[in-house]
Write a protein that binds this ligand. Structure first.
Ligand SMILES: [Zn+2]
Length: 164
């Protein structure tokens, strides 16, 4: 940091502490040339993501919106709110690595789907049916068939258990 008194570029930090609300770090510095002290504040940069919609318009990334989409897909499934929050946090983080911080809405859908797929087949299909809008019907139907078969055999096993 350049010293505000003499313009020298070297200093040492003599004290460093978080501000009361912990949104910043306050540092007391001492200029190595003139010995005067000054204060700097370090803040986290607010990173905003822009979502590009199908019609080309842009909208700020809305965590709540994505969460409510996933909640709908997970209705009556065994996925905790914590898991859902985690999915969105992961997606948000991976998108923030993009240097331009702009992302097509469809890409968000894909990232959510990738994660849902590993957690719950039914929630995945429900979510996918909304996001993909049956663009690739072939793949979608074959995935649906696999899942339905799995459900059927799971139900079969359950029925056997119950009858015992
Ligand atoms: Zn100085």
């Amino acid at each position: 940091m350049r010293c505000p008194y003499c313009g020298h570029k070297e200093d040492k930090v003599v004290d460093s502490r978080a501000t009361a609300e912990e949104s910043a770090v306050r540092r007391r510095r001492e200029c190595l040339k003139c010995g005067k002290r000054f204060t700097t504040y370090e803040y986290v940069e607010e990173v905003s993501l822009m979502v590009i919609k199908k019609d080309g318009s842009r909208q700020a990334f809305d965590r709540k919106k994505i969460i409510s989409g996933i909640i709908k897909a997970c209705e009556k499934r065994q996925i905790s709110m914590e898991k859902i929050e985690e999915i969105v946090t992961q997606v948000e983080r991976s998108l923030q690595k993009k240097p331009d911080r702009e992302v097509p809405a469809s890409r968000i859908g894909e990232l959510v789907m990738e994660r849902l797929k590993t957690m719950d087949d039914v929630a995945y299909v429900r979510f996918a049916s909304v996001y993909r809008q049956f663009k690739d019907v072939g793949q979608f139907m074959s995935e649906l068939k696999d899942i339905l078969n799995k459900e059927k055999s799971a139900f079969g096993r359950g029925a056997v258990k119950k009858s015992r």
